[in-house]
Design a protein around this ligand. Structure first.
Ligand SMILES: *Cc1c(COP(=O)(O)O)cnc(C)c1O
Length: 345
């Protein structure tokens, strides 16, 4: 064996996952749902086990149809993937390999990583007041443009008018609007643009729908773009149990209540931080971004009370932390962590 990784892979900074070194209610590093898996999801997955001798449905037809109905698009305008991450890789390989992408700085890590793997140039445009500089990004010619709305790691969002304006003006061939956190936001979704074939909208079931472990993401957009991705994808990337979990999670009736809890606790988290003299960037997502802190001391103070948060360096924003909005059981733990940091700094 004489392994020689492709030379451009030497530059790659691998994805740094959030710490899981915490008590259950204190796992605030990965923007997961604080709620237990719904009984209907457990039942659906249990029932699907008996089909595990068979390959999964390669196109996840039942799930795709349910998603198409939900978003009022044709099934051909939906592609389900093994998490959004698979779809980001497919988009990059199909449309940007050897070319370039444009995204924010800081960006969602996977957008950058997938581009680096495919040998695409990455043009990052700094945020302005923690929001995408859409005017600046629109001027960059690239094969792919990513707008994360609301943004990760800052939680800021643009309204649909601004997104529409960006799509109209962008010099990029394809605009991808990543709406991983849109269900927690007060701005409208860009799905109408995807329906009309003007943009791609990327969604995940890892956050609001609370099944991060199942790995389900999907794209909504023009069929001719999705056909290219379908032609190059790994045909059975979305497993039988994941498809069953997603279909059941879509019909769980009380996810609205989950949203209310997250929005309420988000407000409490922001207040808690400000009461300790810290800055909390107003968030439209299920996490809060805290700039101008000693991130290592903050993470250490949190770890001491069983809480894991995300140091900014691992999400492209050194000197900050990103804290997932806790459930009710996690709020007092977070209060301890913040008090401990404020006393130590
Ligand atoms: C969490 C997240 C996703 C979801 O990724 P999955 O692979 O579907 O779990 C996508 N985009 C952004 C910006 C995220 O923060």
């Amino acid at each position: 064996m004489r392994p020689h990784p492709r030379p451009w892979l030497r530059e790659i900074r691998p994805y740094a996952p959030g710490s899981q070194d915490a008590v259950d209610a204190g796992r605030l590093a990965s923007n997961e749902s604080p709620f237990e898996v719904a009984p209907a999801v457990t039942a659906a997955v249990t029932a699907a086990v008996r089909d595990l001798n068979r390959y999964p449905d390669p196109y996840a037809e039942e799930l795709r149809s349910a998603l198409a109905v939900r978003h009022d698009v044709a099934p051909e305008q939906v592609l389900v993937g093994n998490g959004s991450d698979e779809l980001i890789y497919l988009l990059t390989w199909a449309f940007a390999a050897g070319g370039s992408i444009v995204c924010a700085d800081p960006a969602y890590q996977l957008d950058v990583l997938a581009a680096e793997v495919a040998g695409a140039r990455v043009h990052q445009v700094p945020l302005v007041e923690w929001r995408h500089d859409l005017a600046g990004m629109a001027e960059v010619a690239a094969q792919l443009a990513y707008v994360v709305n609301p943004h990760n790691p800052t939680g800021t969002a643009h309204d649909l008018g601004a997104i529409r304006d960006f799509v109209d003006r962008s010099r990029a061939d394809i605009v991808v609007v990543d709406e991983a956190y849109i269900d927690f936001a007060s701005v409208d979704s860009a799905v109408p643009l995807a329906r009309d074939g003007e943009a791609m909208v990327l969604r995940t079931m890892s956050k609001y729908h609370g099944i991060a472990g199942a790995r389900i993401g999907y794209l909504v957009g023009p069929a001719e773009v999705l056909d290219v991705l379908r032609a190059i994808r790994s045909p059975f990337s979305v497993g039988t149990l994941a498809q069953a979990a997603a279909l059941a999670a879509l019909s769980v009736p009380d996810t609205r209540r989950g949203r209310e809890v997250v929005v309420r606790n988000r407000g409490r988290t922001e207040t808690l931080l400000r009461d300790h003299g810290l800055t909390a960037v107003p968030s439209q997502a299920n996490f809060v971004f805290v700039p101008d802190v000693d991130e290592d001391l903050f993470a250490e103070s949190a770890r001491a009370v069983g809480v894991a948060i995300r140091p900014g360096s691992s999400v492209g924003a050194p000197g900050s932390v990103r804290i997932t909005v806790p459930g009710d059981a996690g709020l007092p733990l977070l209060a301890d962590a913040v008090a401990r940091y404020a006393a130590a700094v």
